[in-house]
Design a protein around this ligand. Structure first.
Ligand code: SAM
Length: 352
C-alpha cells in the first residue's frame, strides 16, 4: 500500500494524527512523535538536502560553469529558504549541505546557518565552498552552528589553481583550510576534481596531504555538467587506485548512502576518498535531493526534471510539503550521465 512508503516506523498503541498521501485520496495515521519519512517510488529513503544559496560565484572553474554568465539570478530570500528547510525537515530530511554557486558570497550566510541550526532534527549541517573567503568567516560560521565543511581544491600549485579556477588564489584556500581546522569545522574534506592532462600529476601530492594533515582528500570523477564534455579527460577511481593506491586500506562507510569510498594508510593523519558517480554509480543508494537558489526542487543531479517550489511557497505550508513529497516520490531511478545527457543548468546553477 502506498501509505506505508511514507512511514519510518509504526509501533502499536501510539496516539495518532492523520495525514494525506500525495496524489491519492487516502488518509493514514502515523503515531504522534514519529516523523514522516520520504521514500521515493524506488524505495529509497530521502533524508539529505543540498540547498544552493546562490548561483553567483567568485571563480570560473572550467568543469563547472555556464559560459553565459549574464543570466540574472532571482534567488529565494533567506526567509523562503528557511521555510523550505522547515518543510523538508518535517517530512524527514535530517542532513543539510549549503552550497552554490559560492555560499560565502551571501552576506546573510551566518543568519541562514543559524536559522538552519535552530531547526530540531537536523543532525548534520555542512557547507561546500571554494574557500577563497573562508578565513575571515570560519569562526563566525562555527559559532552560528555550522558543523563541518568541504573545500574545493583542484591544485596545490598557484599558477595551475589560477588557470583552473579562472583567477583564484590558492594561498587564500590554504589559509581557509587552516581556519576551518582551527575553529573545529571538522572533519574538513577537500574536493579535487581530477582532470587528465590538467592536475592528474598532483594525485600523489594530494595523498601526501592526507597523510600529513587531519583531513580527507576526495578525488571526484568529472561529470558532464560544465565546460568539459570530453570523457577522455575523466580519470576514474580505479585508475587512481591502481596507479597510486598502494598501501591504502578501505575504511567501512560511516553511514548508509555515503557516496565516497574512503581509504587510509599506515601513518596517515587523514583519509583519501573517492566519489565515483560515473564509474561506480551509487544511484540505488542515493538519499539526496537538491534545491536550487531560484527555488527548483531537483530530485536527481543527472536528470533535468525540476519542480518549482516558488508557487507552493505562496500557497502555504501544506502546499509546499505536498510539492516536495511529489517531487521526491518521482525521483528518477538513476542519472543519465552516460547517454547524450545535456543539462541546461551547469553545476554552479544546480548546487554541487
Ligand atoms: N563554490 C563551491 C565550491 O567550489 O566548492 C560550491 C559549489 S561547487 C558547484 C560544489 C562542488 O561541485 C565542488 O567541489 C566542485 O568541484 C564540484 N563540481 C563542479 N562541477 C563538477 C563537475 N563537472 N564534475 C564533478 N564535480 C564538479
Amino acid at each position: 500500500m502506498q501509505s506505508a512508503r511514507f512511514l519510518r516506523a509504526m509501533p502499536e498503541g501510539s496516539p495518532v494524527v492523520s495525514a494525506r498521501i500525495p496524489g491519492t485520496r487516502l488518509e493514514f495515521c502515523p503515531p504522534v512523535g514519529y516523523t514522516l519519512s520520504m521514500v521515493d517510488s524506488h524505495g529509497r529513503n530521502i533524508e539529505y538536502l543540498r540547498l544552493s544559496l546562490t548561483e553567483r560565484c567568485n571563480l570560473r572553474c572550467v568543469y563547472c560553469r555556464d559560459r553565459d554568465l549574464s543570466r540574472p539570478e532571482s534567488p529565494l530570500s533567506a526567509a523562503q529558504m528557511e521555510r523550505i528547510l522547515r518543510a523538508m525537515v518535517s517530512l524527514g530530511i535530517n542532513r543539510v549541505r549549503l552550497t552554490g554557486g559560492e555560499p560565502l558570497l551571501c552576506a546573510d550566510l551566518e543568519q541562514i546557518v543559524a536559522a538552519a541550526n535552530a531547526i530540531p532534527r537536523i543532525s548534520d549541517l555542512a557547507m561546500t565552498t571554494n574557500g577563497q573567503l573562508l578565513a575571515y568567516r570560519a569562526a563566525g560560521l562555527k559559532r552560528a552552528g555550522l558543523m563541518r565543511i568541504n573545500i574545493s581544491l583542484d591544485s596545490l600549485r598557484a599558477d595551475r589553481y589560477r588557470d583552473i579556477t579562472g583567477g583564484g588564489n590558492v594561498s587564500q584556500v590554504l589559509t581557509g583550510i587552516d581556519a576551518a581546522l582551527t575553529c573545529g569545522l571538522t572533519p574538513v574534506k577537500l574536493n579535487c576534481v581530477v582532470i587528465r592532462g590538467v592536475n592528474d600529476n598532483e594525485i600523489n601530492d594530494f595523498i601526501a596531504l592526507a597523510r600529513e594533515q587531519a583531513l580527507t582528500v576526495r578525488f571526484i570523477e568529472l561529470m558532464p555538467l560544465g565546460g568539459i564534455r570530453d570523457d577522455s579527460r575523466r580519470v576514474s577511481t580505479e585508475e587512481i587506485l591502481i596507479s597510486h593506491g598502494g598501501g591504502l586500506v578501505e575504511i567501512p562507510p560511516a553511514y548508509s548512502g555515503q557516496p565516497a569510498r574512503e581509504y587510509t594508510g599506515p601513518g596517515f593523519r587523514g583519509a583519501v576518498g573517492f566519489i565515483s558517480a560515473m564509474s561506480r554509480r551509487f544511484c540505488t543508494e542515493c538519499n539526496r535531493i537538491r534545491v536550487t537558489s531560484d527555488g527548483k526542487l531537483r530530485p536527481c543531479l543527472g536528470d533535468n526534471r525540476e519542480i518549482d517550489l516558488r508557487e507552493s511557497l505562496s500557497q502555504g505550508e501544506d502546499a509546499l510539503r505536498e510539492a516536495i513529497r511529489i517531487g521526491v516520490y518521482r525521483k528518477p531511478g538513476g542519472h543519465h550521465f552516460s547517454g547524450a545527457f545535456e543539462s541546461p543548468r551547469k553545476m554552479n546553477r544546480i548546487g554541487g
